[in-house]
Design a protein around this ligand. Sequence first.
Ligand code: ATP
Length: 857
Amino acid sequence: MQILNTNTGKGILTRGLTEKEAMEKLKKHGFNELKKKNKKSPTAIFIEQFKNLMTLVLIGACLISWFFGEKADSITILAIIVLNSILGFIQEYKAERSIEALMELSAPGAKVVREGKVSYINAKYVVPGDLVIIEAGDRIPSDGIVLESTGLMVDESILTGESMPVEKSSRNSDWVYMGTMATSGKAKIVTYSTGMNTEMGKIASMLQDIPDEFTPLQRRLEQLGKYIVAVCLIICAVVSITGILRGEDPYNMLLTGISLAVAAIPEGLPAIVTVALAIGVQRMYRRNALVRKLPAVETLGSTTVICSDKTGTLTQNKMTVKKIYVDDKIIEPQGNRFSSTESLKFLFTASSVCSDAFYEERMMSEPEATGDPTELAILKAAWSSGIKKSNLNKEYKRIHEIPFDSNRKRMTVVVRRKNGESFVFVKGAVDVILDLCTKYYSARGERIMTSMDRKAILTANEKMASSALRVLGTAYKKFDGILDNNSIEKNLTFIGMMGMIDPPRPEVAKAVETCIMAGIRPVMITGDHKLTAAAIGKELGILTSENQILTGNDLDKLNDNQLKKASANTAVYARVSPKHKLRIVKALKSLGHTVAMTGDGVNDAPAIKEADIGIAMGITGTDVTKEASSMILLDDNFSTIVAAVEEGRIIYDNIRKFIRYLLSCNIGEVLTMFLASLLYLPTPLIPIQILWVNLVTDGLPAMALGVDPPDRDIMFRKPRGKKESIFSHGLGFKIIMRGIAIGFGTLSVFALMLYLTYNDIIRARTCAFASLVLSQLFFVFECRSEHRSILRINPLTNMWLALAVLCSLGLLLMVIYVPFFQPIFSTVPLGWIEWVIVVTMSFLWTLLSIFTTRKKK
Ligand code: ATP
């Protein structure tokens, strides 16, 4: 028999290692992982804080003060540098570690045979000598030799650069290598080497470190930062030089210039954005979405189409056989049991033998059930008619198989019965199976299939499918002697079909509704029958009209341009293959959509890679799809995608909030000093005051804005445009206007106090300082919403912000009233009239904004 390619039974090599042996080997050989070169140690992260340009400038300022004999200034600047670095360190360390911990969760696993049982373990625990089971879609966890194989094809491009998969067979005792991917077939391998001893380990040190992935926003902000630095440096130079020309102390003016530059340049912005993204990644994880690529967090917020698989994502993937077609009629179970006619028993036998799942009921405990839910449903129904998989396993020996694959939509086995008879059993999509059949089996015996039989089968199939049942047909062939690969699936006899219900997940209809309200189109892509897909689509609210469905056959008839047009209005794609998914993503992208697309099988990887957000299934997904994806759904659930989109929107909103706050405040600070120098006024703030504002009033509240709870309307808005700037919808204008207002306000307080106190410069500066701080602390509450006025937002819904503001306020009073700080910060205690002036001027802009903000429900 030419098809035999299976080399089974190699004594001890079938039972695998014992757990004890594995433990000892793990101690000896270490974890099966490649050493990461670019893992940052805490010390490295701390030292990095001092490499920052602004910190270096501050260190310069510290040395200058020391050189000019201003020791108090010097020590204060040093304290600010240390505080700044500690804050930066804490932020970055937490962000790094939390992302690392999440990455660990998406580490690949391996199916190993130990003590005769197959178990799924984290790949890092695989040891030399371990037997590993490899299936299509698996990432090979270690280097090893193939012991048994059925059509194993491996993509070794990661090692060899060769993009065509190569066949690996037990016949030649072929080697397989860690990190390569099984694209089809099955195999059992024995591990030879692990970790850094593998071929991958040997070249790992030659491989380039994976660079940190920046999001488009981070990159744009870095670019913007450069412009701001240039403008700020010019302004700072003008302030310093005009001060010196006016006859002010050169040391003071030099330090003012430096402090102003430090305060004005939003050097903390990229760091806060990173922290906000990291926090977002954690929040998404809590909602079962594991982000693998940081840019996904940002892109999620602009998603306009979510293309989702049906089985398991929109539905529960808990199948139960509800109807069966044998002997020319549809039968239903009585209670949970099907009556045991001969044809029915044969249908159950054939489809159970052609299954990899296992099901056995127990007297006192839960049934033992492992494997694919579709197959489990078959085995359960068979059990009710007295057909048991464990008995069939003894009766039929599998000698060859062609595993299920979404492209072929069927599974085939060749078996030999104990009595010497040989059979081919095939189960799969009815339309596919029917095309392979020439005969029909019924209680009255086998006959040539007539067109009437064919028609009756298709009608019954449609009837079952339109009541949302997933229908599988089964066929067989008995043969003697030799069968070659090409004739296995030819001239089959149709036995019957089973319709199984897979109820929608209860939370999905609501999630679909949320999507639609949020301007996002949900699209179902399934390998299932058109009518099954339509029934489920309607039930979930995805499909609203019959002409929104396209099938794989329809797709094959459309060219790319026609598909582009059709995809604008298609809500359900049925009977499609993974290759169609790629075309669908491309068509939607060419329409300008930001596409999120789910996938599980190995063949889905190209479409997942092409999508803006590739989403892999955490439970049913293969390693190949997971590695191609930018996000993994830990619960395989559609509503998790919608939750992740919501989180994406929240994060983007929060980033806008603190950018608005930080930039407005920085413009305010620079303008205060710049206008004063243009108007020939003395400098309104001394360097230490500026640095204090930068550290306390800017830093803490901005971080608290990063964790602000969402606006109520977050999922009622249209998605953000793909190329939309972070400053769009008038944000840039708002920032500039508020910056000018803060600048003018602070300067007015300063000038007024100079006038009222007959040039008591220290008092006027204290008032300007307090006014600058207060106007920022009022403003931070406005930044919480772009649409609603401050009066409509409960300040206590963000306790971090309330705390940050209270903390800044306390520190302000401390530097004004505690005698120890007064000489350092050059402040004097203020009287109540001065406070009235300061508070009124600071609140003026907030008051104005209350009247001008559009009222929204
Ligand atoms: P989705 O892409 O939404 O997950 P699906 O799971 O229905 O859809 P596939 O898994 O590609 O899509 O299945 C396509 C068809 O193949 C099914 O409609 C069914 O008829 C058949 N099929 C599914 N599972 C098996 C299996 N284990 N053995 C044989 N045929 C199967």
